[in-house]
Design a protein around this ligand. Structure first.
Ligand code: FES
Ligand code: FES
Length: 218
């Protein structure tokens, strides 16, 4: 109180500490509660299973999936097609490469629900019965693998890559952009396959296998 009897607000060390404690309690307790409540609502919404029809290697599979299921997990965990491998699970290694309507994609980076009705080809679908795909044969003949973990991704990627180059798609290292079909030099193949990592470093043999399948001198 001052001399006129008015109550005065005094900032003391004690009031600062008390107000700071209240703010901290709000930040630590208040906001996270709001966030968790929102997360729970979101989770409930996203957990509602959805129906997806996946066309894989010429067969139609009707699945009921958590909408967050990646294409890779749908193939491996729901269809037991374990040829496509999970290396990094975030688009860096290429071990999960499959073909989608003939184009290569990293199946770990896309949701199964986005590919309802599209033609998906995995390594299991490349051979024609007992006859291996020319790239599969070339990988065997050139010993294009050691542990083999990257191999299905390498082969699917090479199939897509040969299709891209035959269609005339240039790469970062294509020198003559007027060519209808860029020649597949070693530099072209290396660049176009650079999304597929081989930790065994079987690159020279992978390159030789792809050159053979592409009809280039090996
Ligand atoms: Fe998909 Fe590595 S597992 S890119
Ligand atoms: Fe082992 Fe490529 S053969 S990672």
């Amino acid at each position: 109180m001052d001399e006129k009897g008015h109550r005065r607000f005094q900032i003391t060390r004690r009031t600062v500490l008390e107000s700071g404690t209240v703010t901290a309690a709000y930040l630590l307790g208040g906001f996270p509660r709001i966030g968790l409540a929102a997360d729970a609502a979101d989770e409930e919404a996203t957990l509602t299973p959805i129906s997806v029809e996946l066309h894989v290697n010429g067969q139609v599979h009707s699945l009921t999936l958590d909408p967050r299921t990646t294409l890779l997990d749908a193939l491996r965990e729901h269809l037991a097609l374990t040829g496509s491998k999970k290396g990094c699970d975030h688009g860096q290694c290429g071990a999960c490469t499959v073909l989608l309507d003939g184009r290569r994609i990293n199946s770990c980076l896309t949701l199964a629900a986005m590919h309802d009705g599209q033609a998906i080809t995995t390594i299991e679908g490349l051979a024609e019965g007992e006859a291996l795909h020319p790239l599969q044969r070339a990988f065997i003949e050139h010993d294009g693998f050691q542990c083999g973990y990257c191999t299905s991704g390498q082969i699917c990627s090479a199939v897509g890559m040969l299709g891209e180059s035959q269609a005339g798609a240039p790469s970062y290292v294509t020198e003559n952009l007027t060519e209808a079909q860029p020649s597949l030099t070693d530099a072209e193949i290396r660049e176009r396959m650079s999304g597929n990592i081989c930790r065994c470093a079987a690159y020279p043999n992978i390159l030789a296998a792809i050159r053979q399948a592409a009809g280039a001198p090996t």
